[in-house]
Ligand binder design. Structure first.
Ligand SMILES: Cc1ncc(COP(=O)(O)O)c(C=O)c1O
Length: 428
């Protein structure tokens, strides 16, 4: 691909501000279909990262493309809260149908961070309170308010001081819980009450958490964690905001990650997989909470873009018709079992964990010259050289992330596991 005779790499280096990113992968993408991508030289890749866990129905699913094209031909933008747009209303109704409990009214944004910021504002408006509790190692976006509730020093670097009135509770971890000292005994959940009592003024609007902590390294809480926390929050009149930006839309094997934990959030945020790659986010709440905003208090020019909303309706149709939640649940289990076998051979792996097609492979430091985080980057490169795209993340940068499009097949995943195994051996 050239612009005025120059390659995309050259243009990127010269004109795209790459300073805040850890490094662009040396793949110049030309097209994608399903779980596969092709570069400008015609080289094929199996995509097991889906654009950071976004293209839920796969690259350019024909039904998503068609829905977006149809809407584009009608009109692209008019202000979805200035005028009524049929497809925006349709999407909101569909979201109410698939969301847990009595969540009903959605406010649409363009991204995950905006959805979280809006949810925080709504919690303040409804409760009349100002403070928040978030989780250590949790991640909620890169804007000022979302970084304030992000429990990760590296992400927050050079941005402070952040919004005051944010306290952090210990991160839950099913197998290696810092507070519980190993396998989780829910002491970490009980600690939320201590945080309320010792670290806040009691004026807490909401507790915000991801059902599975994605950027922290795909960390899965104890199955009773959220039930226990919700009991504490209810006693103190604190709302539960569940951040489903990464876990939503089938990623964990259910439509929303919180469904694994048997609690109903008061407010839920969404983005990433909602529209198969079109920019869209939103937060949904029960009507009595949603209606706490006063006229003029919140708006987004592009929020609820009709083309993105049409793509989102088609995404929900595809998730249902192609049974993608079921595919994610089944292949997730299958993948964990296969990776456990790889882990038994590969000494670098300290844990394999996840839910549905949201799987993390944690590498450990083994005292050599190469750290686990460095090896993770090497494994990603070795996979890429073999035609497989994976992610790297985690609080310490030592987790390989497998979060493919939900349309991926068992056969494709089997080839991914074989490639990963090879890459681990090559970098051992
Ligand atoms: C749980 C969670 N919340 C919020 C965000 C921010 O979303 P966006 O990058 O669309 O602003 C992310 C992004 O990774 C996320 O994982």
């Amino acid at each position: 691909m050239t612009v005025a005779g120059r390659s995309a790499s050259e243009l990127y280096q010269r004109y795209v501000n790459l300073s805040p990113v850890a490094g662009v992968e040396p793949v110049t993408v030309e097209r994608g279909r399903g779980a596969e991508l092709w570069d400008v030289d015609g080289r094929r890749y199996l995509d097991c990262f889906a654009g950071i866990s976004v293209v839920s129905t796969g690259h350019s699913h024909p039904r998503v493309v068609e829905a977006a094209r149809e809407q584009m031909e009608r009109f692209i933008h008019c202000g979805s809260l200035l005028y009524e747009v049929p497809v925006v209303g349709e999407l909101a109704a569909r979201l109410a149908e698939v969301s847990p409990g009595a969540l009903q009214k959605t406010f649409f944004s363009n991204s995950g961070a905006e959805a979280v910021e809006g949810a925080m504002r709504l919690a303040r408006a409804f409760t009349g309170r100002t403070e928040f509790i978030a989780l250590e190692t949790g991640f909620h976006g890169r804007t000022n308010a979302t970084l304030a509730v992000t429990g990760n020093r590296k992400r927050k670097q050079h941005g402070g001081p952040y919004l005051g009135g944010v306290a952090f509770a210990p991160a839950p971890h099913l197998t290696r819980c810092r507070v519980c000292g190993g396998a989780c005994t829910l002491r970490c959940a009980d600690a939320v009450e201590d945080v309320i009592n010792y670290h806040t003024s009691g004026n807490v609007a909401a507790f915000i958490a991801e059902p599975v902590l994605g950027e922290a390294g795909i960390v899965v809480p104890h199955p009773d964690y959220f039930r226990r926390v919700k009991e504490i929050l209810d006693r103190h009149g604190i709302l539960l905001i569940v951040d489903e930006v990464q876990t939503g839309f089938g990623r964990t094997g259910r439509m929303f990650g919180i469904e694994h934990f048997g609690v109903e959030p008061d407010i839920m945020t969404m983005a990433k997989g909602i529209a198969s790659g079109f920019p869209l986010g939103g937060f949904i709440a029960r009507p009595e909470i949603a209606d706490a905003f006063q006229p003029g208090e919140h708006l987004s020019t592009f929020g609820g873009n009709p083309v993105s909303c049409a793509a989102a309706v088609a995404t929900l149709d595809v998730i249902e018709d192609e049974r993608l939640c079921e595919n994610s649940a089944r292949l997730g289990e299958w993948l964990l079992a296969k990776l456990e076998r790889v882990a038994a051979r590969q000494q670098a792996i300290t844990e394999v964990r996840g839910k549905g097609l949201m799987v993390g492979i944690e590498l450990g430091d083994r005292g050599g010259a190469t750290t686990a985080a460095q090896q993770a980057v090497q494994v990603r490169a070795a996979c890429r050289e073999r035609g497989l795209i994976i992610g790297v993340g985690g609080f310490f940068g030592n987790v390989l992330r497998i979060q493919p499009p939900l349309v991926i097949t068992e056969e494709q995943l089997a080839s991914a596991v074989a490639t990963l195994d090879e890459a681990l051996t090559a970098t051992a």
